[in-house]
Design a protein around this ligand. Structure first.
Ligand SMILES: [Zn+2]
Ligand SMILES: [Zn+2]
Length: 104
């Protein structure tokens, strides 16, 4: 468990079940610092951006998930759901823009 200001951080999942990346968020009860965590990498919120542990500003990659809601497999309305996945351009490779198919 990660700590800030001597307190354990409580991580809450903020991404949807259909998203490629599980993103968790925590807020320090003392200094109010917001952190996001993805695949074990922690991004810390600064005024208007997130910073990776390496000091690089975190970018957001757009991932498109096609929705297949038609009567046949692989048919659908052509609608997509957009996921914004944070990534560090220095420590990580940019996530692929093609997400998984959402069927329901
Ligand atoms: Zn703190
Ligand atoms: Zn980094």
């Amino acid at each position: 468990m990660d700590k800030c200001c001597g307190k354990d951080l409580v991580w809450t999942k903020i991404s949807g079940s259909w998203e490629n990346y599980a993103i968790e968020r925590s807020c320090c009860p003392v200094c109010k610092t917001i952190r996001d965590r993805k695949d074990g990498i922690i991004y810390t919120k600064k005024e208007d951006c997130f910073l990776c542990g390496c000091g690089t500003e975190v970018l957001a990659a757009q991932i498109l998930h096609p929705i297949h809601d038609g009567p046949f497999p692989l048919s659908g309305s052509g609608r997509v759901r957009t996921e914004m996945a944070p990534f560090c351009p220095k420590c990580e490779t940019k996530p692929s823009s093609s997400g998984k198919i959402i069927s329901r």
